[in-house]
Design a protein around this ligand. Structure first.
Ligand code: GLU
Length: 468
């Protein structure tokens, strides 16, 4: 039988990193097996629902390539895939479960306290009358006393609990909605889910779910509970504490491919090679390699990985990708050349802004930037160098020929007994008034073009003359 897995998010807000990893592992698991990936929206807690959250789930799965085979926007034979549209189904199965002895009506007030639910002892007749009188009720799970129940989790191993430690939780609320504790079992069964991959916060309730499966005589899925994604040794990653969600990371300039690749590695071993496409992740995924030790989210590693993804792109793709970041540029410059110098230097897209701030205009004049120990430059000898290089900049006409341009610079330096840097550094600073630029003198002149280069060098000479 082929694997059928599901991602079952509740539409309560952002896509947390841990959630996305759960979706990813479900996707990888079934695709490795050529199986089906199902999206199910668990919106039975209507109070927690956040507007727009369902659309956000669709968007994130779509953007990251985790396309589902069955789900809300794609028909399948187990629909509907939104729990609030399945209330009749839960109701029908709850009544069946009552008949099977796995659940019972409870008419107690929610503030009543008791060891054993007094509603256990209601006769059929009493129940019938209460229902006819429209007394509010819930349906609770009936837990058999003094039994050991157990299951084997693929990650956590053998889990065994005493039924006396399990509470008779609500399965159907007084408003007719099911709780997660009921709906997840019914849906996983009816949707033919073979492997349940979810956060480990559900591990302690799983024996209760298994009792429900047993009451119906249904086969139980394989359970794979995932350890949390941590911010550090002791804190879980959480949006509430300001930790980044998937959307935040995208806004911060991370590529979706890099995010997916990185979070796949949070708690699962895929082999020596860490850089993997979604296709490779599918091929190499093995639930046996999921670790039970919580993984720590390391933004520096993600940044490093993102840099690799950016550098591995073709220049044209990279250029297309970062074009939106050029929207502040009003000067007519060689943007493709700009992309070329940025590509090896950028680890995340939002770094770009601070690297291109000198394109419209050089920053404010600051003679101290001309001072460079290694290049042996000072504002004084920089002024000399700029005057020396000016005729070359005026006569040379192939600003887009980096190689030839560099040769001319080197020739000039040599002829004047200067090191290359003693000519290059002053030009670089003259063109930007920055110590840190993407590319050196040649590239900057290429990007800005001849007219602008000359204008800036003249201005720099002027500024230096006035200030030293
Ligand atoms: N709706 C649950 C959640 O978002 C899903 C748990 C599960 O995958 O079974 O946490």
């Amino acid at each position: 039988m082929k694997a059928r897995t599901r991602f079952a998010p509740s539409p309560t807000g952002y896509m947390h990193i841990g959630n996305l990893r759960t979706a990813l592992y479900n996707f990888l698991m079934c695709k490795h097996d050529n199986g089906d990936f199902i999206l199910r929206i668990e919106d039975t807690d209507q109070q927690r629902e956040v507007e727009g959250a369902i659309q956000m789930i669709y968007d994130v799965l779509d953007q990251t390539g985790l396309h589902y085979d069955e789900g809300p926007l794609k028909s399948g034979h187990c629909g509907p895939y939104i729990q609030s549209q399945r209330l009749d189904i839960y109701h029908e199965y709850a009544l069946k479960l009552i008949k099977l002895g796995g659940a019972h009506y409870c008419f107690c007030d929610k503030n009543d306290e008791f060891e054993i639910d007094p509603c256990h002892h209601l006769s059929q007749e009493e129940i019938k009358i209460k229902l006819q009188n429209n007394e509010p009720y819930v349906i609770r799970q009936t837990i058999p006393p003094h039994q050991q129940v157990s299951f084997d989790d693929e990650v956590y191993g053998h889990i065994e609990v005493d039924t006396d430690s399990l509470n008779e939780g609500i399965l159907i609320k007084s408003d007719g909605y099911p709780t997660y504790n009921f709906a997840n079992v019914i849906d996983d069964h009816l949707m033919g889910i073979t492997h349940v991959i979810r956060g480990n916060e559900y591990i302690i309730s799983t024996p209760k779910y298994n009792l429900i499966y047993d009451s119906y005589g249904w086969e139980k899925p394989t359970y794979i509970h995932l350890p949390p994604v941590m911010k550090d040794e002791t804190h879980k990653l959480s949006k509430r504490n300001g930790d980044a969600s998937y959307q935040d990371l995208v806004k911060q300039g991370y590529l979706k491919e890099a995010i997916i690749n990185y979070i796949a590695l949070l708690g699962c071993y895929f082999g020596e090679e860490e850089i993997m496409s979604l296709e490779q992740l599918i091929q190499n995924f093995d639930i046996k390699h999921i670790s039970k030790a919580p993984a720590i989210f390391d933004i520096n590693k993600l940044t490093w990985m993102n840099g690799i993804y950016l550098r591995n792109m073709s220049l044209n793709d990279y250029h297309e990708l970062i074009k939106p970041y050029y929207s502040s540029i009003v000067r007519n410059v060689d943007l493709l050349e700009l992309s070329k110098v940025l590509q090896p230097r950028v680890e995340k897209l939002t770094d770009i802004n601070s690297l291109i701030d000198f394109i419209n205009e050089p920053l404010e004049f600051d003679p101290s930037i001309y001072k460079h120990k290694k290049m042996k430059t000072t504002p004084e000898n920089s002024l000399e160098a700029l005057k020396l290089v000016l005729p070359l900049l005026e006569e040379f006409n192939e600003y887009d020929n980096d190689e030839k341009f560099a040769e001319e610079f080197i020739k000039l330096a040599k002829a004047n007994g200067l090191k290359n840097g003693q000519v290059m550094w002053p030009v670089r600073v003259a063109l930007s008034n920055k110590a840190l630029t993407p590319g050196g003198a040649i590239e900057l002149a290429h990007i800005l073009g001849k007219n602008e280069t000359l204008r800036r060098v003249h201005k720099a000479i002027n500024d230096l003359e006035k200030n030293i």
